[in-house]
Design a protein around this ligand. Structure first.
Ligand code: B3K
Ligand code: ZN
Length: 875
């Protein structure tokens, strides 16, 4: 597929400054008429983007143009000729078009589409061109002064767009209309329309300057009672952004609509966010504690985009991380302030390692600001989002919280109302702080996860501790021989006897390939100090240091940095699994005693008051993270067995302690189910223990314990935890009953049914593939609904069983990808990426099987989106 390059950026020949739209929705077809005020920039012809549009009419300054006389039509372009534009009225250049579209047939879910009870839009990145002819690029910012929507009143009583509603009324034949006007200029990707039969809840927010904002959240009628958590989260976000960044909301209305069919999580359209129902709806019997937290985070994320994304937007799509990395950082900070900062940091690094590290080390590896793309939708990645957020966090680490805030203030002062670049952001940070951040640009230029290797020396005589840090940035597809990065490494030193801090926590700046730092100790140590490195995960790198198990055990117990306490347990856990992986007979593998003792101490830990920290310390690194740590070629089935073996030994040896703690955490019969930080942490720990307890003592015991946990669960968190364990022993009576019961209790709630599918599709059973195929025959399964599709197919593809030695998992992917692609290219591309991106790490036999499948796929006539992924995989 043809690629677009970052360096080829050119300004548009014209700007569009003002737009009026009329959207007439009928059964099966929708008419879109647009009137655009053009402003000559570099001039010449005007190539408008358009895709799957039926063109009816083109007028320039009121005069109709004909094909070949004034305009030409190409595949996906309507080109207004330079001659016609020159001949137009030189002061006011108005261009009008009329097109027809078929939202009911739009299965790509990009542009205007129909989903159950509503019509809705998804315009980012390039959906607006599937709605009307336009300069569909983010540096063209226009005021949408009048958006008139017309539809049948009984089918679509609610008619929404961005900004304020300035008119509404009745039309003939049971139709009605509403007119919306948005006072803020915006790029087309932030435009939205919703029309449907919806219920809503309403509340308000008073901004710090005393303005009252009307808040309203819409959903299908049956979901109305699941919207209040989203509302509270929105109010909290609005308040937080005022307090932390001084940013106030700028309109009198803020609407959110929850839709069932949606490609991604949510969308930040100006004053009219559209959300996947999976990230909106919550009731204690439908959503887990994790769901509640995710919803809060994403509601915050989309709200924060109003400043970082909407008021200041991206010049071109290569700059995507300008808004996404920054906004993820902001939502992470919001969640940290709303709940527990220590816990949030661990969760975010877990995600980064499980999702972004594999990307950085695979065929799709790209810098947070990519240099080229064929389909921009393929670059809404963990690299752009999550590594992008880490890069923003490094500015904060380097400049301090106040310095970072100064940089943000200057960024808004300079760029409010404009479409800008990552360099503009870096300049604002630099200028506001009088710092040279030119080397820091390499984080935007170079792909791959750097490795920082630490070695140290201790001179007892002089009492000098020196730490040498060395960095290497790996080669990635198309990028070799990289330059050293500017890496903030936060460090502390601990006394190896007492575990006490020997020095104030310090940020070292590694800018060279290698540098030795002499650290000044505040206290006299009992021996060579134990370094606590990369505290708080101060940079998105792999940190290597030759820790002994005793060092790690000491850090796990005594480090004042909560992140590194967790990290030390992860290191011990990885070591145990990778040792098991290397032994011949996995089934008789025994982890080192130091690790087992550390685990036991954690199970018994009554000092740490945040029980989530205990829970996370007990969870071994994910398989996806371990894949990045093991030495290729890797047999993923064996890696899975090794991880299971370590889990089983832990569970068996610590069974009594775990059971005791589990019982202590079990709520009393009359205890109310509360959703707050401490209660959900209590459930998190209890459910981690449950999962361990199910791996020891045989299936019958596990079934009994889980069956009881399931039956006595008062909310979805506990119910789902038990249900997932039961799915691993699907032939037990308890599991059979639970599978029926869970679905019956769902009572048609799509999010709950998705959980029912997903738990079964990721079960740890040998015959998972036939079970997945059977699930796909279930009447509730559908290829067209992305959530449902993901809950079965994508979940299976990321399970260890996908890598069946006979290749049948790969055959399944080969069959599904083109099928899904025909309906929804964006979802298919993600699926292909998820399925095959780790292939180079696998054993030779599997590599060959995957390469064969990829070759087949490349001949399958795939969409631009899927084809780009498949070709990158093969490169
Ligand atoms: N900006 C949207 C993502 C749009 C995805 C387009 N394929 C959601 C977000 O990051 O807030
Ligand atoms: Zn975003």
């Amino acid at each position: 597929p043809t690629e677009i390059l970052r360096k080829d950026y050119q300004q548009p020949s014209f700007f569009i400054r003002e737009v009026t739209l009329t959207v007439r929705i009928f059964d099966g077809r929708t008419e879109v008429a647009s009137r655009m005020l053009l402003e000559k920039n570099t001039g010449g012809s005007l190539p408008l983007d358009g895709e799957d549009l039926k063109l009816k009419k083109v007028l320039l300054c009121g005069k109709e143009l004909k094909e070949g006389e004034g305009y030409t039509l190409e595949k996906e372009k309507l080109i207004i000729s330079a001659d016609a534009l020159e001949a137009g009225d030189s002061t006011d250049l108005w261009l009008e078009t009329e097109v027809e579209i078929e939202p009911e047939k739009n299965t790509q879910l990009s542009g205007l589409y129909f989903s159950g009870s509503m019509y809705c839009t998804q315009m980012e990145a390039e959906g607006f061109r599937r709605f009307t002819y336009y300069l569909d690029r983010p540096d063209v910012m226009a005021k949408f002064t009048s958006v008139r929507l017309e539809a049948d009143e009984s089918k679509c009583p609610i008619l929404l767009s961005n900004g304020n509603r300035i008119d509404s009324g009745k039309l003939e034949e049971g139709r009605h209309f509403a007119v919306w006007s948005d006072p803020f200029a915006k790029p087309s990707y932030l435009f939205a329309v919703v029309a449907g039969d919806l219920a809503s809840i309403q509340d308000k927010f008073i901004t710090k300057s005393g303005r009252e904002v009307h808040l309203e959240i819409f959903a299908a009628k049956e979901d109305k009672d699941q919207l209040w958590h989203a509302m509270r989260s929105l109010q909290n976000s609005m308040k937080w952004d005022e307090e932390r960044f001084g940013l106030e909301y700028d309109l009198d209305i803020y609407n959110i609509v929850a839709v069932k069919d949606f490609n991604m999580g949510a969308m930040e359209n100006k004053s009219l966010n559209v959300f996947n129902t999976s990230l909106t709806l919550a009731r204690e019997d439908t959503a887990t504690d994790d769901d509640y937290e995710r919803i809060e985070g994403v509601i915050g994320h989309e709200y924060f985009h109003n400043w970082t994304g909407n008021r200041v937007t991206c010049r071109d799509w290569f700059q995507l991380t300008l808004k996404e990395g920054l906004t993820v950082y902001r939502d992470q900070e919001f969640s940290a302030d709303m709940g527990s900062r220590a816990r949030k940091r661990i969760e975010d690094v877990r995600i980064l390692r499980a999702a972004q590290f594999p990307e950085d080390n695979g065929p799709m590896s790209h810098p947070i600001r990519p240099e080229k793309y064929a389909a921009i939708d393929n670059f809404y990645t963990a690299t752009v989002y999550n590594k992008g957020a880490e890069v923003i966090r490094m500015y904060e680490t380097l400049l301090g919280r106040d310095g970072f805030r100064k940089g943000m203030d200057l960024y808004f002062e300079r760029h409010d109302g404009n479409a800008v670049t990552c360099d503009d952001f870096r300049s604002a940070m630099q200028d506001a702080n009088g710092r040279d951040l030119s080397q820091f640009e390499r984080w935007y230029l170079q792909a791959g996860t750097p490795t920082v290797t630490a070695t140290d020396a201790w001179d007892a005589e002089t009492g000098t501790y020196s730490l040498t840090l060395k960095q290497t940035v790996p080669d990635t597809p198309g990028q070799m021989d990289k330059l050293p990065m500017q890496i903030p490494v936060r460090v502390g030193l601990l006394d190896r006897e007492s575990g006490k801090e020997l020095m104030r926590d310090t940020v070292l700046e590694l800018c060279e390939e290698s540098k030795t730092f002499e650290l000044k100790l505040d206290e006299t140590p009992s021996g060579r100090p134990v370094p606590s490195l990369l505290r708080g995960f101060s940079a998105p790198v792999k940190l290597e240091y030759d820790y002994s198990d005793e060092d790690l055990s000491l850090l796990a117990g005594f480090d004042t940095d909560s992140f590194n306490r967790w990290e030390s347990m992860q290191r011990l856990g990885s070591k145990a699994v990778l040792d098991a992986f290397k032994t011949e007979d996995i089934d008789s593998f025994q982890p080192d005693a130091t690790f087992m003792d550390a685990m036991k101490r954690i199970v018994q830990d009554k000092v740490t008051d945040d029980l989530s920290l205990i829970a996370y310390a007990l969870i071994l690194p994910t398989e996806s993270t371990l894949m990045q740590q093991a030495k290729p070629p890797i047999d993923p089935t064996r890696l899975h067995e090794a991880r299971n073996r370590v889990r089983k030994v832990i569970a068996t040896e610590l069974e009594d302690d775990m059971r005791k703690r589990y019982d202590e955490l079990t709520p009393k019969d009359d205890e109310k189910y509360v959703i707050d930080g401490p209660s959900s942490s209590q459930r998190r720990l209890r459910n981690v223990l449950l999962a361990y307890l199910c791996t020891s003592g045989g299936d019958a015991k596990a079934a009994e314990l889980c069956g009881k946990h399931f039956k006595t669960a008062k909310g979805m968190t506990d119910k789902l935890a038990a249900f997932s364990c039961l799915c691993n022993i699907p032939d037990s009576q308890e599991a059979k009953e639970a599978i029926e019961q869970f679905l019956a209790d769902a009572n048609g709630d799509a999010n709950v049914i998705d959980k029912w599918f997903a738990s079964q599709a990721r079960a740890d059973v040998d015959d998972l593939l036939p079970r997945v195929k059977k699930l796909m025959e279930h009447p509730e399964f559908s290829l067209k609904n992305p959530n449902r599709l993901r809950s079965v197919v994508s979940v299976f593809i990321s399970s260890p069983q996908f890598h069946l030695p006979d290749g049948s998992g790969y055959d399944f992917a080969l069959e599904m990808i083109p099928k899904v692609d025909a309906l929804n290219p964006q979802v298919a591309a993600r699926m292909a990426n998820g399925a095959f991106r780790t292939w180079r790490l696998l054993d030779e036999k599997r590599q060959k099987m995957i390469l064969d499948r990829l070759a087949d796929l490349s001949k399958a006539g795939l969409s631009k989106d899927a084809a780009e992924i498949v070709s990158k995989m093969q490169a």
